[in-house]
Design a protein around this ligand. Structure first.
Ligand SMILES: Cc1ncc(COP(=O)(O)O)c(C=O)c1O
Length: 394
């Protein structure tokens, strides 16, 4: 089994006090249809066979579980990496993109729209749409286009239309606003392919299902390699899709789960994107979750060196897991993420994405807290896209 269809949050899409679908009336029918059709598709052996084949033969799954020997020695814990950086197109985003494009085809959509922050989701959607022969438009904040030029070029190369968004915060939030606006204009003909476990129900559930392949593989690989489960599992959290995918099969185990958010430049509003750490309940992009907002309820701009974490919201299931205390969330400052990235490059010969570097920095903290522990770390993507941000050769 590659993906698991567990714990549907019910027709209202609630995760404890969070979730739901707070959308304009015109989108309600489209969301309800998506929920129905996705549930039917995931129960249909033909759909599952097509999904499994795409994940195996096109995405390149299963991805390896790598023991990071030199890093383990340096940090004093045993560190195993789940290598989503080795997926086709370079990050976990492709697991969800390929699954939702299969759904879009099944629903008879004329074309696909998507938003992207780091560009990894945009690249994944553009590639999956090219494979399916579906036209595709990708909305990307103008600032992200500038700092992720390579991914912007790849989106165009795959035949998608790239729409730079100059309004709002010119990053992921503005791109989602614009994509939602386009969808309201044609909810039947367009398929909106959301890239994380955010947005209105059923997206947080649907994206979690498609990303559960990460944790399902990792759990089995870990048991085969170590003969037991890890002491702790660490992942970075933007919207939260790689984290929820990795955590999913461990939720009922006695395993500590840690989500690492973008601590940015500091803890004042506008300096970070650490929503579970500093956020308060509110509605953003169709879901009730934790959000970064001021006392008047206005969304505050987020900041992170990692564009894929640069978002003032988080998936509602993470908000619920934080409230239950099942997952502990911590903020990693930009500088600490960069240090972890350098350590990984020099000790393991692996260039992680800046987003993933937050999970590695978390693993470093965990190793200090629990010397000798057995740690599973989600390496959500590769860092070639970040070379411009990382700067000149030192
Ligand atoms: C490599 C990588 N990791 C993590 C993320 C964060 O997304 P999520 O929290 O949905 O996994 C992104 C987003 O673009 C990404 O590109």
């Amino acid at each position: 089994m590659t993906v698991s269809v567990t714990a549907h949050p019910g027709p209202r899409g609630r995760y404890g006090a969070f979730g739901g679908a707070f959308v304009p009336e015109t989108l309600v029918a489209a969301l309800q249809r998506l929920d129905r059709e996705a549930t039917a598709a995931l129960a249909d052996p033909a759909f599952r066979t097509a999904l499994d084949a795409a994940l195996r033969d096109w995405v390149g799954r299963p991805t390896p579980l790598t023991r990071a020997d030199r890093l383990s020695r340096a940090l004093g814990a045993e560190i195993w990496l789940k290598r989503e950086d080795l997926c086709h197109t370079g990050a976990h985003k492709i697991n969800n993109a390929v699954g939702q494009v299969l759904l879009a085809e099944r629903l008879g959509a004329r074309s696909v729209i998507a938003e992207t922050g780091a560009g990894q989701h945009g690249v994944a959607v553009a590639a999956a749409c090219a494979r399916a022969g579906l036209p595709c438009r990708v909305f990307m904040g103008a600032d992200d286009v500038a700092r992720q030029r390579g991914n912007a070029a790849r989106i165009v190369r795959f035949g998608a239309t790239l729409v730079p968004v100059d309004s709002g915060d010119r990053t992921l939030r503005a791109a989602i606003d614009e994509a939602l606006r386009a969808w309201v204009g044609d909810p039947e003909g367009l398929y909106y392919l959301i890239g994380s476990v955010v947005g209105p129900h059923p997206y947080p559930w649907l994206v979690r299902v498609f990303q559960s392949v990460i944790g399902n593989e990792a759990r089995a690989q870990f048991l085969a390699a170590c003969g037991r489960l890890p002491d702790a599992v660490a992942a970075c959290v933007g919207g939260g899709s790689n984290a929820i995918g990795l955590f999913q099969p461990f939720l009922d185990d006695e395993v500590e789960l840690r989500g690492y958010e973008a601590g940015g430049r500091g803890s004042r509003p506008g300096e970070h994107a650490a929503t579970c750490t500093h956020g308060t309940p509110g509605v953003l992009h169709g879901a009730h979750s934790l959000v970064l907002q001021d006392s008047g309820g206005q969304i505050v701009d987020a900041h992170s060196i990692a564009p894929g974490l640069d978002y003032p919201g988080v998936g509602p299931e993470h908000a619920a897991l934080a409230a239950q205390g099942r997952v502990r969330y911590e903020a990693i400052p930009d500088a600490e993420a960069r240090e972890a990235l350098d350590l990984m490059c020099r000790l393991e010969g692996i260039l992680p994405a800046l987003e993933s570097a937050h999970a590695l920095a978390g693993a470093r903290r965990l190793a200090e807290e629990r010397p000798g522990a057995l740690l599973l770390v989600g390496l959500s993507g590769r860092g070639d896209k970040d070379l411009d941000t990382l700067g000149a050769v030192a």
